[in-house]
Design a protein around this ligand. Sequence first.
Ligand SMILES: [Zn+2]
Length: 241
Amino acid sequence: MNTVLENLKRYQDLLLRIRQLERELTTYPESVERRGRELKQHQIAVARAEEQLAENSGQKDRKEEYLILCKDNLEKFEQDLMEVTNQKEYSAVLKEIDNTKREIQGTEAVIITLMESIKQLETDYEQLNASSEQLENAYNEAVAGFEDTNREKIKEKEKLEKEKRRLEKSIPASHMRKFNQIAAKRSGIAVSNVSEECCTACNMKIRPQMMNNMQKNPDKLFICDNCQRILVFIEPDGDDS
Ligand SMILES: [Zn+2]
């Protein structure tokens, strides 16, 4: 049969472990976070490649439309050339023809450059897309692994919460109030073990008289003079069940 103080100590251990489990259940480990970041960066690169590809394709379409216009104009100027009536008109039309031909050449060169860059972008894009799946799988696997581990932790947490509720009923309300008051001020550590006549939380030696009293009154609350925590003395030769 545990003393009330032993139950209080156990209660504290449960609270701390439950708190730790809650933290672990809601925080992705770095291995998952890293894969998430890799995937996100990759998705940004894919989106950027898509954008660049769309932009170059649009440019190429516009240049091709312009090329058709230039060729139509050339045809028109060549027609005009046959209808000129004097040297002045002839020179003017010839100049237009030269200019248009130059414009056609220039536009064709730009289109070829754009086509080459589109081809390269398409290759890059395909490669990016191929590794997309890999990265996505790696991330999903990491998340699934995390959730697998969590299942164990959820089970443990449920078990501990059950035990916690049971313990709460066995601890007197006045002890519980004192415990909560101290725990709130001392990051959850309200109960300290006594070992070799010292408080294990602050290492202060316990007065011999207090040691005596503690042994005589195992269910009474004794507070460490130094750190103000509840002292729990578990006899070294007692059975610790
Ligand atoms: Zn202390």
